[in-house]
Design a protein around this ligand. Structure first.
Ligand SMILES: Nc1ncnc2c1ncn2[C@@H]1O[C@H](COP(=O)(O)OP(=O)(O)OP(=O)(O)O)[C@@H](O)[C@H]1O
Length: 327
């Protein structure tokens, strides 16, 4: 079972440039969370702060009772062992085969024999569907395969928390759908805590249990997927529906005149909340909420047409009611 990550009052500036201030959220153990935000709002800085690569100016990050914002290097070294990270480009060593890339953390951080290492590497290569490609060099495979190899490497030390920095960047929609399914399947199998940084709205709408939005140097909102997908908060609504009308401008937030000039009466109604992506075997993940459960518990009427199986990429287990309420 993954571990909880509790962030309290986190603030980071580089010189005079405040990246974000007073960020507080909890990544619930074993759940999938997504962090969204316009380019340059500090999503990657946030990921690096969570693993202690960047020190925040203020605030705390509690993992298993240790505050990694203030702990000693020795404690940080131990806590980092809980993490697996999938970097944007897979961060493969170009001159090593995929096998050696995936084996690298085991050779560096454990005393396992080569035979044990081989078993673990092949198990992870199987999980990400790369059996047969062990002897390839990273330059010989597609971007999607490199991401999967990076994921296999992130998994070898059996992490409790997995951070994904734009796992879908540079992938076509089909490969993105495959990597989304893979992340959901891996969450079901590992029950680790996942945080995914993405720009892909379809990923954000269908994969996670929780969504956060970093915008205008603060955390605009963080909470259950259904809460954000039914929210009328202008920045959340604009971002999750990829609209031009709203406070987010081309380069930064719009000024008051620009906002006043916009006609908000023409905003289209909120689209239906899609069903969450299920694991390939059709069984919900251990922490997966029932479709419509958050809306029902909070008296929120979801947009018409929500939680219907539209027959696209969703697999709904036969015992699940999709009528918009709890089973
Ligand atoms: N080590 C650093 N020193 C100084 N400034 C930095 C450093 N790292 C990041 N920044 C700045 O912090 C800001 C946020 O960067 P970050 O890469 O986290 O944004 P992002 O939200 O991940 O963007 P994108 O969606 O485009 O990947 C940028 O203005 C960047 O230049």
């Amino acid at each position: 079972m993954g571990v909880e990550v509790r962030v309290e009052g986190l603030t980071k500036a580089f010189g005079k440039q405040t990246i974000w201030r007073d960020v507080s959220l909890t990544l619930p153990a074993g759940q999938i969370s997504v962090m969204l935000g316009p380019s340059g709002t500090g999503k990657s800085v946030f990921l690096k702060t969570l693993i202690g690569l960047i020190k925040p100016d203020e605030g705390h990050i509690f993992i298993e009772g240790v505050d990694i914002a203030t702990c000693s290097e020795k404690d940080l070294y131990e806590i980092r062992k809980l993490f697996g990270v999938l970097f944007q480009d897979g961060a493969m060593f170009g001159s090593m085969t995929l096998f050696d890339n995936v084996a690298f953390p085991l050779r560096e951080h454990t005393r396992k024999t080569e035979s044990e290492i081989s078993d673990i590497v092949m198990e992870k290569m199987t999980m990400v569907g790369l059996v047969g490609a062990e002897d390839k060099l990273p330059g010989e495979i597609s971007g999607g395969m490199r991401k999967r190899a990076g994921l296999a490497r992130a998994l070898v030390l059996e992490p409790e928390i997995i951070l994904f920095d734009e796992p879908d960047s540079g992938l076509d929609p089909v490969r993105t759908a495959f990597i989304n399914q893979l992340m959901v399947d891996l969450n079901q199998q590992t029950e680790a805590t996942f945080l995914i940084v993405t720009h892909d709205i379809n990923t954000a709408r269908t994969v996670p249990d929780n969504i956060g939005l970093l915008y205008h140097r603060h955390l605009s909102m963080f909470g259950p997927r259904e809460m954000l997908l039914s929210s009328e908060e202008p920045a959340v609504r604009q971002f999750l529906n990829a609209q031009t009308v709203g406070p987010i401008g081309m380069s930064e937030e719009k000024d008051a005149d620009e906002l006043a000039a916009e006609d908000h009466s023409t905003l289209p109604p909120l689209p239906p909340i899609p069903l969450q992506l299920f694991p390939s075997d059709g069984r919900p993940r251990a922490t997966q909420p029932e479709p419509g459960a958050w809306c029902a518990a909070n008296g929120v009427v979801p947009p018409p047409g929500s939680f219907l199986d539209d027959g696209s990429s969703f697999t709904v287990p036969p015992q699940t009611s999709v009528a918009g309420g709890a089973r």
